[in-house]
Design a protein around this ligand. Structure first.
Ligand code: OAD
Length: 247
């Protein structure tokens, strides 16, 4: 069943010169990757974030944290990008300017063909030295968990943002500039619960952009956006692109 979209929405998309997209865990849900806050299946349903995704947790039990991320890397490796990721990769070919901003660390946007992805929370496939704060591509497999930096011997950690940590400044600046300068801002598959990412749709709205939320459930910004497209992003995004850019 192809969904009906408002004529004004389709016209706005066709006329857009600059589109910014913020994605969250919901865009990867149809790839089988658990989200954070979905009650039953969410990651936080089984683990407590403060036990795993904080500098204190890593300080307390680096092996546990490293192994949790190794498990998540394995889940992601077995997953494939879904039609929502593919639609966002295609969107970049349909508009003059697209900024794809993600809170996800799974790298599925890149695997779907999106380029220049703005990763606000890092990437689970990268590791970095806790002392040098530099990305480490390879290391000797000594059986140590976490492994150690080949240069200085300090522990390696996932190159992701943990609770209480600052976001990569360059990524955040690019995301904020994109939100301020776009004609259309999509908020896809995010509960808009975590700042500063959750602020971006409101920055776009206040700068005059048309804001579109694609989410299977209401969120705390649903009342603040221009259009709410309720449903799974893996279905809505391909249908929206087909309706706006037929043929
Ligand atoms: P959440 O788990 O908080 O929210 C996922 C959102 O996606 C919810 O609003 C769901 O309703 C929606 N959703 C689930 N399946 C969907 C589908 N198939 N199509 C569309 N929407 C769907 O995940 P995030 O909003 O990404 O931060 O969480 C933001 C941040 O909180 C994460 O990046 C992480 C977490 O703490 C850090 O790790 C720093």
């Amino acid at each position: 069943m192809s969904r009906e979209f408002e004529h004004a929405l389709l016209t706005t998309l066709r006329r857009a010169r600059s589109i910014a997209v913020l994605t969250g865990a919901g865009v990867s849900a149809e790839s089988g990757i658990p989200t954070f806050r979905d009650a039953q299946t969410g990651l936080w349903a089984r683990f407590r974030p403060e036990d795993l995704a904080t500098p204190e947790a890593f300080e307390r039990d680096p092996k546990l944290v490293w192994e949790w991320y190794a498990w998540r890397r394995d889940v992601v490796a077995k997953a494939a990008p879904n039609a929502g990721h593919a639609a966002l990769a295609r969107l970049a070919t349909l508009v003059p300017e697209l900024a794809l901003i993600t809170q996800n660390v799974d790298g599925l946007h890149q695997r779907a063909g999106s380029r220049d992805v703005i990763e606000l929370h890092g990437n689970i496939h990268r590791s970095r030295c806790v002392r040098e704060n530099t990305v480490v591509e390879s290391w000797a497999d000594t059986g140590d968990l976490p492994p150690r930096c080949p240069r200085c011997g300090a522990l390696l950690r996932p190159d992701v943002v943990w609770f209480g940590e600052m976001l990569p400044a360059a990524a955040l600046e690019r995301a904020e500039a994109a939100a301020r300068g776009c004609d259309v801002f999509f908020s896809v598959g995010t509960s808009a619960a975590v700042y500063p990412a959750a602020h971006l749709p409101l920055v776009a709205r206040d700068a005059g952009a048309t804001v579109i939320e694609v989410n299977k459930d209401p969120t705390r910004i649903s009342n603040a956006v221009t259009y709410v497209l309720r449903g799974p992003s893996g279905e809505i995004l391909p249908q929206l692109l087909a309706a706006a850019w037929p043929g």
